[in-house]
Ligand binder design. Structure first.
Ligand code: AMP
Ligand code: ZN
Length: 500
């Protein structure tokens, strides 16, 4: 029996700029906060790179024996949400509820374990009271219109996380939007007075809505205390969002806000920044409708260590699919194979060595690439040994246990892609986006014939839409029918249909 040495977990801390031994403030319990989504649209795969990275972090903390209190916020009020809900003519809640649901569904599709969720709109009065305290202590001031700002000149540590030097900044220069120029040091909005036609809340400091940064300070400290262990998010949040959270929180408490700052680097698509204008902007659902499996997407997102940029490519996705398949086949081989009672011990040794390599990789600032390399080395060597008839039942059991250890982080072994894909196909059909479903998926999931009654109803809807010159709707319904094998023809005598 080899002696296993266990290195402590080492993580990069953006605050110190170094990889440090991870230690908790108290009792082996990690109190952890991750900035969650702003629910104004469907999440894109860049967002999910960060959420998968944080999921692997929280899974590994648990696997390493820490107890965990892990909180994530849902930003369900901010400038974009207010703007979009107003232009859609619906309430903030009506607008965000759909995207919050989509975020939770997408997270489940990617096997992201659900943290404790907190919503900004459920903590508005606490935010108002926090701002009142900041004002009393001289860190915040009220503008004439009833908005409140944080006075950054009063907080000497401003810039310590992002390592920006704000010497010579202009005292009192203000910025009232949630997202602003990367290098501007301005007094930022804590509270925004309502403009005509905008949603607002009545609170002890007057009507208005909170700024984005105050939401996270208030909710994280309410759930985790004034000082907690770990704060996570994507690299774009370092400045201004996290810098501002620190300023708000520490100026009031005088204590360090979070001890470790964990930031994952951005995802690129085919080497370029993801953007709608470049046509390389994908939500999770877009990729699934193109025929990619959730397990391949998760595996690829997890394949590059979080502090390296991840270049997301279609080739990479195809390779990830092959890798997942190999792991699943290997697991089946171990589960279903006939192994003699006595093996050579080679499998047990291989399992032990692999388990150690897995941990060593993950302890080294979550080196997921090393963990994946270790498991594939194991699969290759074990397959050779099985072919040579060298492994027994005990070997197989030990190898299966290492696969479980791996999968409790990477979460791709369970063969449950098909029902998840089916849900997304049904969602696309219900949303009139059936035209985006790939041919292979259509064949696999849309074989139920539509009833004549259903088809007549849709044909009537096409006719009505065309009478109103709403060709977008008419095309969407046509695509939906095409998705279930119904060809629609527009003739001068009206709309006709036939089964393809
Ligand atoms: P948002 O919904 O915009 O507040 O973003 C949610 C999370 O996704 C934040 O932690 C962001 O830092 C992160 N994020 C946004 N874009 C990307 C990207 N391209 N790659 C990785 N993470 C991203
Ligand atoms: Zn935040």
């Amino acid at each position: 029996m080899k002696v296993l040495f266990r290195m402590p977990l080492r993580l990069y801390n953006t605050m110190s700029g170094k990889v440090e031994e991870f230690q908790t403030i108290a009792d082996n319990e990690v109190r952890m906060y991750a900035c969650g989504p702003t629910v104004y649209d469907y999440g894109h795969i860049g967002n999910f790179r960060t959420f998968v990275a944080v999921d692997i972090l929280q899974r590994y903390l648990r696997q390493s024996g820490f107890r965990l209190r892990y909180v994530m916020n849902i930003t369900d009020v901010d400038d974009k949400i207010i703007r979009n809900s107003a232009s859609a003519g619906v309430s903030v809640k009506q607008y965000t509820v759909k995207f919050e649901k989509a975020f939770l569904e997408d997270s489940a599709t990617l096997n992201i374990e659900q943290p404790i969720l907190v919503r900004a709109t459920e903590h508005i009065e606490e935010m108002a009271q926090f701002i009142a305290k900041l004002e009393k202590a001289g860190y915040a001031y009220r503008a004439e219109d009833g908005s409140y700002y944080f006075r950054i000149a009063k907080f000497p540590g401003y810039g310590k996380l992002s390592k920006k030097d704000f010497a010579g900044m202009e005292d009192g220069a203000r910025v009232d939007v949630d997202e602003y120029e990367k290098d501007s040091a301005r007094d930022f909005a804590l509270w925004k007075a309502p403009k005509p036609g905008e949603a607002s809340w009545d609170t002890s400091i007057g009507p208005g809505r909170p700024g984005w940064h105050i939401e996270c300070s208030v909710m994280s400290m309410a759930e985790l205390g004034e000082s907690f262990d770990l704060h996570a998010g994507g690299e774009d949040l370092i400045f201004p969002h996290h810098e501002n959270e620190i300023a708000q929180s520490e100026s009031l408490t005088g204590k360090p806000f979070a001890h470790f700052w964990f930031h994952s680097r951005f995802l690129l698509v085919e080497g370029e920044k993801m953007s709608k204008s470049l046509g390389n902007f994908f939500t999770l659902r877009d990729l699934v409708l193109k025929g990619h499996k959730p397990s391949s997407i998760r595996f690829l997102l997890a394949s590059v260590p979080y502090r390296h940029q991840l270049n997301f490519t279609v080739d990479g996705l195809k390779q990830a699919a092959v890798s997942v398949e190999r792991l699943r086949n290997f697991q089946q081989r171990l589960l279903n194979g006939q192994f003699p009672a006595d093996g050579s011990q080679a499998g047990i040794d291989l399992a032990q060595e692999t388990s150690q390599r897995l941990r060593a990789g993950m302890d080294d600032d979550l080196n997921t690439a090393q963990a994946q390399a270790a498991i594939f080395d194991m699969v290759r060597k074990a397959n050779v040994a099985i072919d040579a008839g060298q492994l027994g039942k005990n070997d197989a059991t030990a190898l299966l246990a290492v696969l479980d250890q791996f999968d409790s982080l990477f979460a791709v072994l369970k063969d449950d892609d098909a029902p998840k894909i089916k849900c997304i196909v049904e969602w696309a059909q219900a949303e009139g986006r059936a035209g985006e479903i790939s041919k292979e998926l259509l064949e696999a999931f849309s074989s139920q014939p539509a009833s004549d009654g259903d088809i007549q109803e849709k044909i009537a809807a096409i006719e009505a839409a065309r009478r109103g010159r709403d060709f977008k709707t008419s095309d969407a319904i046509r695509a939906e029918l095409a998705a279930v094998g119904i060809a629609v023809e527009i003739t001068k005598d009206g709309v006709r249909w036939k089964r393809k």
